[in-house]
Write a protein that binds this ligand. Structure first.
Ligand SMILES: *[C@@H]1O[C@H](CO)[C@@H](O)[C@H](O)[C@H]1NC(C)=O
Ligand SMILES: *[C@@H]1O[C@H](CO)[C@@H](O)[C@H](O)[C@H]1NC(C)=O
Length: 470
């Protein structure tokens, strides 16, 4: 039996037109098909990546899952260690095991064991201290291994390195930044497309790194939230074609586009590279000078703790440039010190081995590397004495890395993701590696430091100690 209402309805429709020609339905049907078409045609299939608020939480993004593996998404982790420092090898092995990391040791060498004939020019580098020479050679040995084994990427640790228990979440967030910063080289970041915030730069000629010439310190820091550079739910363009098979890839971004991920350090300067666009009177912002910001990162200690050494006078400029608990990611063109943890691509390893193994090297490896990343090549003693004044007046560093070839790309995080651990009665045999002169038991920058919590972790204690509470 049908109700009068449905009978009316049927007869009304039947008399005039079949149901599918009724206009509202037609419109709805067309819309549905159009949406489906657009969805299948343009949507890249991935849901938007969101950075979880909780700093312990991993990102749910398939392209970042390799970072969770035992080599942190690199092909290998190499640890530099003098074989007679078995104490350091023990501690390193244990710390890595508790974080499920797989290590490969590279035997360090002492300066005394290197023949004078084995140095690159200039000749005066044989006068450097044995510690500095040994450290340089040890880094060269690691780079040589990476080139020789044709590794796509490798992470190099010094044997007093430390990290937060949130190492994998931290590295996943860094990877989002490093992809953007290495792969958008020539893209101008316009205010129309990106919410750029120009923050005052608290760096001054006094506080900045003296390993570089003074010029090129910027007035403003063009800053962009990390979340704004990839959180695009629906892309109106197609995915780029997948790379041809056997092309090396990395979760940290195309390894043919970056040289060094310098994420273990004891201080980094803000980017120096700044190009003014005459027609707008405003600095032109690109991946080379932008700072990606990650606010409310609970793995970042508050400003009052941001110092690389107990004896550092001023706080790191980061403490005054951004709200507390902000992490920033940027190009390392403003100088950088300490090589406690850095990753190199095959391209980067070849370039560094060429520069510092063959062409020229003369100084402490970390500050030389900082100059290299800033586009300033090693200078010999003779050069530095005649040209100090000239350098002050020369054009700002462009970060373009020499006059030929593609730009050098070194990327960093502030505060660092890896830092030096100063053990009780700690002393370093490798000069210039940052250890040995600060004898306080601590690790700067890391809140839930693995080394500071090692006993608790090994004993299975759940509550870890936050070294730098608010
Ligand atoms: C970890 O991931 C990287 C990057 O994909 C890969 O090269 C490496 O072999 C992986 N390591 C392990 C132990 O699976
Ligand atoms: C090194 O790796 C690259 C990229 O994976 C590959 O094309 C090349 O053939 C490799 N070279 C050697 C000597 O294995």
């Amino acid at each position: 039996m049908t109700s009068p209402r449905s009978a009316n309805f049927r007869s009304a429709r039947g008399n005039y037109s079949p149901w599918y020609l009724s206009r509202p339905r037609l419109v709805v049907t067309c819309c549905l098909f159009a949406t489906l078409y657009l969805y299948l045609h343009y949507y890249d299939g991935s849901t938007p990546t969101l950075i979880p608020e909780d700093s312990f939480e991993l990102l749910k993004d398939e392209s970042l899952t390799d970072i969770v593996n035992s080599t942190l998404g690199f092909e290998k982790i190499l640890v530099l260690n003098l074989p007679f420092r078995t104490d350091r090898r023990d501690a390193m092995t244990l710390a890595a095991a508790t974080s499920n990391m797989k290590l490969e040791f590279v035997d360090g060498v002492t300066g005394d064991s290197i023949r004078n004939s084995a140095y690159p020019p200039p000749e005066e580098n044989i006068k450097l201290s044995a510690g500095i020479r040994g450290s340089w050679r040890t880094h060269m040995n690691a780079l040589q291994r990476i080139v020789n084994q044709n590794l796509t990427t490798a992470l190099i640790f010094e044997d007093d390195v430390d990290w937060d228990v949130r190492i994998r979440p931290n590295l996943q967030r860094f990877a989002l930044a490093s992809r953007f910063l290495s792969e958008h080289d020539n893209v101008r970041l316009t205010p129309a497309k990106y919410p750029i915030d120009y923050r005052p730069n608290p760096e001054t000629a006094d506080t900045t790194f003296h390993t570089l010439s003074d010029n090129g310190i910027t007035e403003k820091l063009p800053s962009l939230p990390l979340s704004s550079v990839y959180k695009k739910p629906l892309r109106y363009h197609r995915q780029p074609p997948p790379p041809p098979p056997n092309t090396p890839t990395s979760p940290y971004g195309d390894p043919s586009q970056w040289d060094i991920l310098w994420i273990g350090h004891c201080g980094a300067g803000f980017p120096r590279y700044y190009e003014y666009s005459p027609e707008h009177g405003r600095p032109q912002v690109t991946a080379a000078n932008v700072l990606l910001t990650h606010a409310n990162d609970q793995s970042v200690p508050s400003g009052k703790w941001l110092k690389a050494h107990p004896f550092q006078g001023d706080l790191d400029p980061l403490a005054n440039a951004y709200p507390p608990h902000t992490r920033v990611y940027h190009r390392a063109t403003g100088g950088e010190l300490c090589t406690v943890g850095y990753a190199v691509s095959q391209r980067g390893a070849r370039r560094l081995l060429h520069q510092f193994g063959i062409k020229a090297w003369n100084g402490i490896f970390d500050s030389e590397l900082g100059r290299w990343c800033a586009g300033q090549d090693p200078q010999t003693e003779a050069e530095s004495s005649i040209s100090k004044e000239n350098r002050q007046n020369s054009t700002p560093s462009t970060g373009k890395g020499g006059r030929h070839g593609t730009e050098r790309v070194c990327l960093t995080s502030q505060p660092p993701i890896f830092a030096h651990h100063h053990p009780v009665d700690g002393e370093s045999d490798i000069g210039g590696l940052g250890g040995g002169y600060a004898n306080k038991y601590e690790t700067k920058y890391l809140r839930y430091s693995v080394r500071m919590n090692l006993e608790r972790i090994v004993q299975g204690v759940k509550d870890l100690v936050d070294q730098w509470p608010d």
